[in-house]
Write a protein that binds this ligand. Structure first.
Ligand code: GLN
Ligand code: ZN
Length: 757
């Protein structure tokens, strides 16, 4: 009979109890010993759940106190020099210091985990003198065995992936680093082998990216070493998020099992198996249940897939598993009581996926035994498919028509720019902000009172108007040229729009870990996206009525809304992006009709949707750009379209950014200024651009001279006639005083620049 396996389970708990424990500990409200026991209770609860559901291979050591890459680094004693580490087990003070910074030492960098919204702490190898500080997988294995009688499958990030994700070494030192790290892995694995562990899962997601010949050689040597040193340990070499690139090399590695993603890497992995077969001495970890999507699997389709795979492996060599760790999905659908039944019944979060895995494994030997479940599953999927929300003919029709056209502004930028200059008469180096102003305690309290029904709509609206009044006056007094209303009515740049558009749903508990204790609750785009009524016109119009300066309307763009949501899978992401674009275009038009002549469409998350495989990236960027243009192309020549993007590596995307054809873009840059300017230097960007002149992530008020030098530096490369001056990003997390002071300094720096150029 086929076995079921889970690659990892969410840490946060159904009620985010993990997050709460971490934050209580950080704030000193929880003693360390109590903290450990709370986390242990959470961890055991998760293991017990998987045991009770009947999962055969349960991952241990997937749990973390913050992040599993940080765990791996600290396990090997890889601690940046600025933390006073003296060897031995790494204390929590240092562990959390690396993650969050201390008053004396800055935190390590954090970055995206492949193409997910999870962020890991980047290990810093420079100066490290690695050794095994504790065998974490072994501790986790023993705990599961002693407390619950579970024969766990320890999980560990593999050496090649770990090294590739680390920084602080030169490429030429790669082999030297492997020579130091591999023996430590061997030590860990030998202890596991000695303990009698059956299987370990070694995660090497780096194998879904392109490896050069040298890396393939390294891979071989790593796993040859493991085979020689721990011959009795079954290694499941696990990949996920895409198909593997070097299939023929990977399947010849001396490991017992190979785990492949047959959801996100379906096409490529199937093609490889068909072409080259699968070695008969190995176990295939078949990742057929989507570990990062929220939808119920069509069990029937999955059985067909498993059937197909069975042509290449014998039943006792097949493990039915999640495509990746379940870390990326919420815990359970069960507690959701507000979703419409058609939607709720079609969802599967982590716990429901456990059921799916067990059922599928069972069906491998006895399909008839799950016939009732198959039918139930078909019905649920069918009901959603037939729901009114998924069958908005009006929208589908309109979107089909507009996506036929190549969306484009009436005039090219060079001509629009003149028309806009004539209309707006802005000074050289116009100043503006990115949209939000501080969301004070008062603002948040007001929103709560309104949400709870303590405040009437009118009370809340009048409060928002007062905030707008205050900030319009302030912006005028500070001397900014293009004003904003301040976004006081918005909690979050996606939720705000999702709540007003059709086709969206919001869960009550659908949280997923983003980084550390920070969790996000993405909306679900489950139906056709529909513009129902104007979403931002009232506040923007009000703000404009209070000033002679132009007020910029403020929207979140289609790609960002999509990338920060869970989305339906019955239509393509491209289609979803166009539906969003169509809806947002109606908002852009409503703003313009209300007399708003500058409209900013934020796209900070464009890069987050970039496919892992290079060969797929151009296509994604092409339709992402098209969706942006679709949103913004119908306005008059004199209407100025702005966009904003947050910190990310733009160097390989500048052509796409330019193709968006926004009249002005503001980019978060102060944390990578030199690099970014260089990208623009080699690419000669030809539209309006504001490179953020100060970092909004810190409460520190930047001095005038700092900003002056940022401006001068940018002007060495960029056309002064197209240059704008603005902060890095929205100011909603900042305090009142520091914001006002920083903006005053920014305007002073602008005056200096104006006098000079
Ligand atoms: N307009 C948004 C704001 O100012 C942009 C936020 C963002 O880029 N993440 O808050
Ligand atoms: Zn931003």
């Amino acid at each position: 009979m086929a076995k079921s396996s889970v690659l990892g389970y969410p840490r946060i708990g159904a009620d985010r109890e993990w997050k709460k424990a971490l934050e209580a500990f950080w704030s000193g409200k929880l003693e360390e010993s109590e903290f450990h026991s709370q986390l242990q209770a959470i961890r055991l609860n998760h293991l017990r759940k998987q045991q009770e559901k009947g999962i055969d291979f349960i991952a241990v050591n997937d749990f973390s106190y913050y992040d599993h890459i940080l765990d791996t680094a600290t396990m090997f004693g890889i601690i940046p020099k600025r933390f006073a580490y003296e060897g031995g087990a790494v204390p929590l003070s240092i562990y959390y210091g690396i993650a969050r910074g201390t008053k004396d030492a800055t935190a390590s960098e954090m970055t995206k985990w492949f193409n997910t919204n999870y962020h890991y702490i980047v290990p810093e190898l420079d100066g490290a003198n690695p050794s095994v500080t504790e065998n974490r997988p072994l501790i986790a294995y023993r705990e599961a065995k002693e407390k619950l009688g579970i024969e766990g499958k320890p999980v560990i990030v593999g050496p090649l992936t770990f090294l590739k994700l680390s920084k602080g070494y030169h490429q030429s030192e790669t082999d030297a680093w492997l020579e130091r790290l591999v023996p430590l892995y061997v030590q860990i694995l030998q202890e596991l082998e000695h303990e009698g562990v059956q299987w370990v899962q070694i995660d090497e997601p780096i194998l879904v990216t392109k490896l050069d010949a040298e890396d393939v050689q390294r891979l071989k040597s790593i796993y040859d070493t493991f085979a020689a040193k721990v011959p009795n340990l079954n290694i499941m070499l696990q990949t996920y998020f895409e198909s593997v690139e070097n299939y023929s090399d990977i399947v010849t590695l001396p490991v017992k099992g190979i785990g492949l993603d047959f959801v996100h890497g379906l096409t490529g992995n199937i093609a490889s198996i068909k072409k080259l077969g699968f070695p008969s001495d190995k176990v295939l970890g078949a990742g057929v249940v989507d570990g990062r999507g929220i939808w119920k699997a069509s069990l029937r389709d999955k059985l067909v897939l498993i059937e197909e795979l069975s042509g290449f492996v014998t039943p006792d060599h097949l493990i039915v598993q999640s495509s990746c760790s379940l870390l990326h999905v919420p815990v359970t659908v069960q507690n959701e009581v507000k979703l419409i039944p058609d939607l709720k019944n079609a969802l599967a979060f982590a716990d429901e996926k456990l059921d799916e895995l067990v059922l599928l494994a069972k069906a491998c030997s006895d399909k008839a035994s799950i016939e009732a479940e198959l039918e139930k599953c078909d019905l649920a999927i069918q009901a959603l498919k037939l729901s009114g929300e998924r069958n908005r003919n009006d929208i589908q029709h309109a979107v089909a028509i507009i996506s036929e056209e190549q969306p484009k502004r009436n005039l090219p930028f060079s001509e629009r720019h003149i028309a806009q200059q004539n209309k707006w008469q802005l000074p050289i180096f116009p100043t503006t902000t990115i949209g939000s102003f501080p969301q004070s305690v008062e603002v948040r309290k007001a929103r709560q009172s309104w949400r709870k029904g303590v405040w009437t709509n009118e009370q809340y609206a009048s409060f928002i108007r007062d905030q707008i009044d205050i900030w319009i006056k302030l912006q005028e007094e500070i001397g900014l040229d293009v004003l904003v209303h301040g976004e006081f009515e918005r909690t979050d740049m996606v939720e705000f729009f999702g709540e007003k558009l059709g086709g969206f749903a919001f869960t009550q508990y659908g949280w997923v870990q983003s980084y550390g204790s920070r969790c996000v609750k993405p909306p679900i785009i489950f139906g056709d996206v529909a513009f129902e009524e104007a979403m931002t016109v009232e506040e923007t119009k009000y703000a404009q009525s209070k000033t002679k300066h132009p007020v910029k309307g403020m929207l979140t763009g289609p790609i960002t809304i999509m990338n920060w949501s869970f989305v339906r899978e019955d239509i393509t992401r491209e289609q979803i992006a166009y539906q969003l674009a169509y809806a947002l275009r109606q908002e852009v038009e409503a703003l313009e009709n209300a007399g708003i002549g500058m409209i900013q469409v934020d796209e900070p998350a464009v890069r987050e949707g970039l496919p892992l495989k290079e060969q797929d990236q151009a296509e994604y960027l092409a339709w992402a750009v098209k969706a942006f243009r679709m949103t913004t192309c119908t306005v008059q020549d004199t209407t100025q379209i702005h966009t904003h993007m947050c910190y990310c590596e733009f160097h390989d995307m500048i052509d796409s950014i330019e193709a968006m054809d926004a009249d002005v873009i503001s980019i978060e840059t102060s944390r990578s200024h030199g690099e970014l300017i260089h990208s623009f230097e080699v690419n000669t960007y030809k539209l309006g651009i504001g490179l953020g002149v100060y970092d909004i992530h810190s409460p520190r008020v930047p001095r005038v001279e700092e900003m002056t030098s940022m401006i001068e530096r940018a002007l060495r490369v960029l056309d002064p006639k197209l240059f704008w001056i603005n902060p890095d990003c929205g100011l909603k997390t900042r305090g009142f005083e520091e914001t006002v002071e920083s903006l005053r300094n920014m305007v002073d720096a602008t005056q200096i620049a104006r006098a000079k150029h």
